[in-house]
Structure formats: C-alpha cells, structure tokens
Design a protein around this ligand. Sequence first.
Ligand code: GDP
Ligand code: K
Ligand code: MG
Length: 293
Amino acid sequence: MKTGYVALIGRPNVGKSTLLNRLLGQKLSIVSRKPQTTRHRILGIKTGAEFQAVYVDTPGIHQGESRALNRYLNRAAASALVGVDVVVWLIDGKGFRKDDALVFEKLKTVKAPVILAINKIDKVKDKKTLLPLIAEAERRYPFAAIVPVSALAGDNVEALEQEIVARLPEGPPIYPEDQITDKPERFFAAEIIREKLLYYLGDEIPHRLTVEIDRFKEENGLTSIYAVIWVERESQKPIIIGRHGELLKKVGQQARLELEDFLDRKVYLNLWVKVKKGWSDDERLLKQLGYAD
Ligand code: GDP
Ligand code: K
Ligand code: MG
C-alpha cells in the first residue's frame, strides 16, 4: 500500500481548503473569501483501494509577525514541511509573486518531492497562457510534477491525486481506513460556527474573534453544543449580535443546519458573545483557546 503524509502549502486564499475538501470528497476545512480562514493544521485522511494519503492543510505563510496569532500561524506553516512524504504547493494562474522567492528558498531544504499545482484554471480562458508560468516554474525548481487544476470545479484533481499517490512510500496504513480526520467533533463545531460568522460579518472583525466550545454533550438523541464567541472589545459585541439579535440568530441557524448535516444527528446550539481583551496578542490566552503548537 502507498501511504504517507502530504503537506498542502500556499498563500492565503489560493484554494488550499477547497482542494482538500475536493480531494477528500467531504467538507473538512472551512472555506471563505477572506485570508486567514484556516488557523489550525487539519489532517484529512483519504483511504483508497491501494493508498492512504494523510493531508495536512496549513495556515498560509504570513507576512508581518506582529501579533502572537500571526507568529503561531507561521510556525504551523513551517512545521508542516518537516516529516512529510510529499509537498503540494498551490499557486493560482496569476503566477508567482515577489515574496514567493521565500518559498523557493524554503523548498531547497525540503527532501520530499514537491508537486506544483496551479489552481483556479477555470478562471483562465486561454490555457496557453499557462505555458510561460510552467516554464518559469521548471526553471526555478525541480518540481516532481506540475498540475493545473480547478479545486472548485474539480477539474484535474484526480490527476493531481494520482501524482501524489505515486510518490508516497510503501507501507501499512497509518490510520484505520474509516477514519477521515484526527480532529474531534467539537473542533469542527467551532470551525463551522466561525465560518458562518466570517460569512455574515464585515472585513475587520473576523480576525479578532474566536469560537470556543464550552460544552458538547449527548442527551436523549440530541447533541447540545454551547459555544462562546470571544471578541476583543466591548464595541464588537453589538456588531456580532446584530440589530434585535438578528445576525447571531442567522449564524446560529446556519451553523446548526450544517452541524446536523456533518454529525448526522439533531443539534441544539447555544451561542454566547463574550469579551476577552487582547486575546489574539496573548500567547497564554491563545493556548487556552486551543491555538497550541
Ligand atoms: P485557502 O485560504 O488557501 O484555504 O483558500 P480557500 O479554499 O478558503 O479558498 C479561497 C477562495 O478561493 C474561496 O472563495 C474559494 O471558493 C475560491 N477558490 C478556491 N479554489 C478555486 C478554483 O479552483 N476556482 C475558483 N474560481 N475559485 C476558487
Ligand atoms: K481563505
Ligand atoms: Mg484555508
């Protein structure tokens, strides 16, 4: 059996989470238009007839290390390159940016084969325009393969999977074949709530909030989930709650429906908004809220 770990790297918003969900055939990682949606490493496990690929979806590599949360995100991204069997670097059809030079530098120290996947090709009308980009990529690094894909439409994702699997070492499966992730259900509950908040809120607040699952319990065939939405300032509370509590209600409804779908059982969801000053710049608080290394 071909089996091993696969790191997915790439700048924020390039489509890593979308690709992971597509590869797994299930939504595990939250997706949004905003950068910094993915804060945690997520293992997504795909077991096929003759392979097991364990995907690590990483937070993007971030510029500006001013806040503790950003430092955590950078550490998580760098550590994802160690001890993996295959690296998939996702870029989009617009090509490399200036600061991708840093990624090329980092890749020089990586022993695992690196596959370059060029995403969002559904947005590229004339596919010939990708040829100079592919030539540039080949000139700058000995990629094991270069595969254009559309994570959103699913185009060529199977071809990418074949390239990945072909480079996994032989070995016994790492996880039981029916296991799809290493994260507990309550982790996904928090992520789903956070995704709905990101969707309904404006641009500024989302990076300043986090969701903590206070209680998660089964009673009489019902899963009761009590979650706290932590914000940094008192003034952010009314924004999240909305006029007459409408925004929070919408978030709660959407999150509950998706949770019922994900968990495949009835859910009672209770949301509270609370203030914890400066949580995103406090290492100790971050650990408490689950952002541990
Ligand atoms: P991440 O930050 O790298 O994990 O990126 P996400 O998976 O959260 O995706 C960021 C945005 O790009 C979302 O709005 C996705 O729907 C969109 N996106 C991802 N893949 C594709 C693709 O293949 N084509 C197009 N047009 N959009 C995509
Ligand atoms: K994103
Ligand atoms: Mg993501």
